[in-house]
Design a binder for this molecule. Structure first.
Ligand SMILES: NC(=O)c1ccc[n+]([C@@H]2O[C@H](COP(=O)([O-])OP(=O)(O)OC[C@H]3O[C@@H](n4cnc5c(N)ncnc54)[C@H](OP(=O)(O)O)[C@@H]3O)[C@@H](O)[C@H]2O)c1
Length: 357
C-alpha cells in the first residue's frame, strides 16, 4: 500500500538518527498514525533504554492518547518479543490496544524472527510486512553481520593523495589530504560508530584525538592495535580527556592508562579475530578502522571487512606510505565529490564459507 511505504520511509529516516550509542542493537524508527495524521514518533537512541516503539508511544500528546487503539503503528523492523534490557515491545503493543502493526524487515535475532508476528496475530492484531523495502535495511547492516558472521560490522576508512599515498615520505612537514568538508563528514561517521581502531604507529606519529569535535554526537571508544608496543603512554589518547582506550599489545603494559589485552606478536587473522571478538563481547556493533596502512592491509588481506570509504584528495606526494589496495572484487556502491575530494564507497560481497554471505 502506498501509504504504508510513505510512513515506513519516515521510520527509516528516524532510524538513521540512531548513533553509536545503539551499540549492537538495531537502529529502529517508529511512527503512530491516526487517520493519516502522525500522532507519535520515536527512534531507538541508547542501548538498554527505550526501543523505538516505546519512545514513539511516549511522544503522543495527552489529548491524542485516546486515539492510540484506533491508530496504526509503523516500525522499520519487526518489534521485539523478548524481555531483554527493556520489556518486550509485543506486550506494550497489546497493552495499548493497537490493532494494526506495519513493519519492513523481520528481526534476524534468533528467537525473534517471525515469533513476534505470531504473537501479534494470536492477539488478533493485523500485521503487514515489507521485507524488500530497501530504506530500512541500511541502518541495520551491522545487525546482519553480527548475526551471520558473529563479529561487528567493519568499516575501513582512509584518505589517499591523488598519486596513491596515505602520507608523504617527509612526515614532519604539515599536510592535509582531505578537504575540510570531508573531515567534517568523518566526524559525523565517527558519531555513528561504536569504536575506532588505529595502528600503534598512527598513534605515535599522528597523535590523533579520534573525537567528534566537528560534529555533535558521541565520541566512539578508541581501540589501538599495537602489537609492536610502540605507544609510549604520553599520546593524547592516554591523556584521560576522552574514553579510556582499549589497547592490544604483545606484552603487559601496566604504565598505559588503558585497558590492555595481550596477544601474540603477529598482526594476522587470529589477532584480528581476537580483537573483533573482544569488541563483540563489549556489545560493539560497528567499528571503523581509520589506519594506518599496515592495520588496514591486515583487515583487507584477511577479508575481515564489510565496507570501505576511500577519499582521494588533490595533493600529489610523489613518495610516502602507499595507500591500501582493495581487492579486485570489492564492489563500488557509491562515488561522489566532497569539496574537492573524491569519495568512493565499496562493499565486500565476497562469500564467507559456512555462512549466508
Ligand atoms: N591518510 C590516512 O587516511 C591515514 C590514516 C591513518 C594513518 N595514516 C598514516 O599512516 C602512518 C602509519 O601507518 P603504518 O602502516 O606505518 O602503521 P599503522 O597501521 O598505524 O600501525 C601498524 C602497527 O602494526 C605494526 N605491524 C606491522 N606489521 C606487523 C606484523 N606483521 N605483525 C605485528 N605488527 C605489525 C607496525 O609496526 P612498526 O611500528 O614496526 O611499523 C605498527 O606499529 C602514519 O604515519 C599516519 O600518518 C594515514
Amino acid at each position: 500500500m502506498e501509504k504504508d511505504i510513505k510512513y515506513l520511509r519516515r521510520c527509516a529516516q528516524l532510524a538513521m538518527l540512531g548513533d553509536g550509542r545503539v551499540r549492537d542493537n538495531p537502529r529502529v524508527g517508529s511512527v503512530l498514525v491516526h487517520q493519516d495524521r502522525i500522532i507519535g514518533e520515536g527512534y531507538h537512541r541508547i542501548a538498554g533504554q527505550g526501543h523505538a516503539e516505546v519512545n514513539c508511544l511516549a511522544s503522543v500528546r495527552p489529548e491524542d492518547r485516546l486515539l492510540i487503539p484506533e491508530s496504526t503503528l509503523y516500525i522499520s523492523l519487526e518489534p521485539c518479543c523478548i524481555t531483554g534490557r527493556s520489556g518486550a515491545c509485543t506486550d506494550k503493543i497489546r497493552r495499548e490496544g493497537i490493532k494494526t502493526v506495519v513493519f519492513a524487515q523481520r528481526d534476524p535475532t534468533p528467537g525473534v524472527a517471525g515469533e513476534s508476528v505470531r504473537i501479534l496475530q494470536r492477539a488478533d492484531i493485523t500485521v503487514r510486512e515489507y521485507p524488500d523495502f530497501a530504506d530500512t535495511k541500511l541502518p541495520n547492516a551491522h545487525r546482519h553481520t553480527l548475526v551471520t558472521l558473529q563479529r561487528p560490522y567493519v568499516v575501513l576508512k582512509f584518505a589517499s593523495s591523488s598519486d596513491g599515498f596515505i602520507r608523504p615520505a617527509d612526515r614532519k612537514a604539515a599536510y592535509w589530504i582531505t578537504h575540510p568538508l570531508s573531515r567534517r563528514l568523518v566526524h559525523r561517521w565517527r558519531a555513528n560508530t561504536s569504536a575506532i581502531l588505529v595502528g600503534g604507529r598512527t598513534v605515535v606519529e599522528d597523535n590523533p584525538s579520534l573525537n567528534t569535535r566537528l560534529f555533535s554526537g558521541p565520541t566512539p571508544q578508541p581501540v589501538i592495535v599495537d602489537l609492536r608496543n610502540r605507544c609510549t603512554g604520553k599520546e593524547k589518547l592516554f591523556a584521560g580527556s576522552g574514553q579510556q582506550p582499549l589497547v592490544f599489545t604483545s606484552r603487559a603494559r601496566p604504565e598505559l592508562a588503558a585497558e590492555v589485552v595481550v596477544l601474540d606478536k603477529d598482526l594476522n587473522q587470529e589477532a584480528l579475530t581476537q580483537v573483533l571478538g573482544k569488541l563483540m563481547a563489549q556489545r560493539v556493533g560497528e567499528v571503523t578502522v581509520e589506519g594506518g596502512a599496515a592495520l588496514l592491509n591486515a583487515f583487507i588481506t584477511t577479508g575481515l571487512w564489510d565496507e570501505a570509504r576511500v577519499f582521494t584528495g588533490t595533493a600529489r606526494f610523489g613518495s610516502g606510505v602507499i595507500a591500501p589496495h582493495l581487492p579486485a572484487d570489492a564492489t563500488l556502491v557509491e562515488k561522489k565529490a566532497v569539496g574537492t575530494d573524491r569519495l568512493e564507497v565499496f562493499k565486500n560481497m565476497a562469500p564467507v564459507p559456512g555462512t549466508s554471505r
